[in-house]
Design a protein around this ligand. Structure first.
Ligand SMILES: NC(=O)c1ccc[n+]([C@@H]2O[C@H](COP(=O)([O-])OP(=O)(O)OC[C@H]3O[C@@H](n4cnc5c(N)ncnc54)[C@H](O)[C@@H]3O)[C@@H](O)[C@H]2O)c1
Length: 395
């Protein structure tokens, strides 16, 4: 587990996933009886941090030497939660060592490199997976169930709001790492969020066929973890429209510079001919067409109707696990007993492509079509922006 001292590596991957799996006695396989136990080795740059984490959680193994860990056949899966910038080089080593690989998104800083990783992994025959955590959120699982049941009729549009205020770091510390706000360090909300939007859209509604994005750096100067001021060179808000296969239009706002006036930090409204739904991380409320009010526009009269009261909360009807853990269990089953896994490096590369084309759309001020990405497609058939670094930095 490389990068376990980080925000995602520690909380979601180590504590909530791997240690939770270890605690429950391992991953249950398809026969319903056999369990495969997990044994982590923590990898990082600071021996002290690793030793502290290992002691705190009763973990036997840790090392600052990635090469040695990769050369050791005891460790079957390499997992990566490093800052994005450091990821591709580490993954290439893991591919060369023949490990199965499970990684955070984005898989690489450029589409070209993300596709290269997918090709290298395929050529080496190593199993590979990329975090698709939002699909495992209770709210989105309830949405998937609505879609599968035919509830919506024909889906017309999706409107998503993601975001919250991230403090500038001067009078209150920022609640996200400062590299997120520096393009040269792999930061930016498009690079961070569009890989998520790609898999959410393609798995629930249809392949993303085009993107139009407007990216901005609303707060140009921030204060880092050490109290030093720095120039925010990356976009901290992005307003985008995606056209999806099948004719659905999705418009998604992503912002670290908005104050929350919603039930949850992310919310999607889906409108269909037969009904609508609003889902968040946990919640899911619906309004079928037979319970739809008939508003009449009248600017002369204050409207007393309680529109929020027209929605019905959709029940969970099952236990939802932590999404990161659920996907980890699926990936371990993929490695151990060849269970299916759609969320591979190629899916990860599609996410990186959408981010790259979102940045290009912003830079060129136009809608960009997204090509179908395939492992065997020669790179030249996919329009790759010349120098991605030119595209970052919003205004
Ligand atoms: N799936 C999600 O919802 C989600 C949410 C946030 C972040 N992420 C992704 O997770 C990754 C980590 O993000 P984070 O917020 O945990 O960041 P973080 O800064 O908290 O942690 C980064 C980790 O990388 C290590 N690191 C930093 N620079 C390095 C270098 N040059 N070489 C090797 N290691 C280095 C750090 O020591 C730390 O362990 C990013 O790729 C990010 O895009 C995913």
């Amino acid at each position: 587990m490389n990068g376990v001292s980080g925000r995602m590596g520690y909380r979601q991957h180590l504590v909530r996933s791997i240690l939770a799996i270890r605690e429950q006695g391992g991953v249950l396989l398809a026969d319903g009886e056999t369990r495969v136990q997990v044994e982590p080795i923590l990898v990082g740059r600071s021996e002290k941090k690793l030793a502290d984490l290992a002691a705190k959680h009763g973990i036997e193994h840790y090392t600052t030497n990635l090469d040695e860990a990769l050369a050791d056949p005891r460790w079957e899966i390499y997992s990566d939660f490093l800052v994005t910038k450091a990821r591709a080089a580490a993954i290439k080593k893991a591919i060369a060592a023949g490990k199965a690989i499970y990684t955070e998104k984005p898989t690489a800083e450029s589409f070209e490199e993300a596709l290269e990783l997918a090709k290298l992994a395929a050529d080496a025959g190593v199993k590979n997976g990329v975090v698709h955590d939002k699909l495992y959120l209770p709210g989105l699982q309830k949405l998937k169930r609505l879609i599968d049941s035919g509830y919506f009729g024909r889906i017309l549009s999706v409107r998503g709001e993601f975001g919250y205020w991230v403090f500038e770091g001067d009078w209150q510390p920022a609640q996200r790492p400062s590299w997120n706000y520096r393009a040269e360090d792999g930061g930016g909300i498009i690079v961070d969020m569009f890989p998520h939007w790609n898999y959410v859209l393609e798995n629930l509604f249809g392949r993303v066929e085009s993107v139009y994005a407007k990216a901005v750096t609303e707060i140009p100067e921030r204060v880092d973890e050490h109290g030093e001021s720095y120039q925010a060179t990356a976009d901290d808000a992005a307003y985008a429209i995606f056209e999806l296969e099948g004719g659905v239009t999705a418009q998604l706002n992503s912002s670290w510079t908005t104050r929350v006036n919603r039930d949850e930090l992310v919310e999607f409204q889906v409108d269909g001919t037969h009904g609508s739904a609003v889902v968040g991380l946990f919640g899911c409320k619906i309004q079928p067409r037979n319970a739809t009010p008939k508003p009449v526009w009248n600017p002369d009269l204050a409207d007393e109707h309680d529109y929020a009261g027209d929605w019905i909360e959709s029940p969970g009807n099952r236990d939802f696990q932590n999404g990161f853990k659920e996907q980890w269990e699926e990936f371990i089953r993929h490695v151990v007993e060849d269970a299916p896994n759609e969320f591979d490096f190629l899916a990860g590369a599609r996410g990186v492509l959408l981010a790259e084309e979102g940045l290009r759309s912003n830079a060129e001020g136009r809608r960009i079509e997204i090509p179908v990405v395939a492992l065997d497609a020669p790179l030249e058939t996919v329009e790759v922006p010349g120098d991605a670094s030119e595209l970052t930095g919003a205004r």
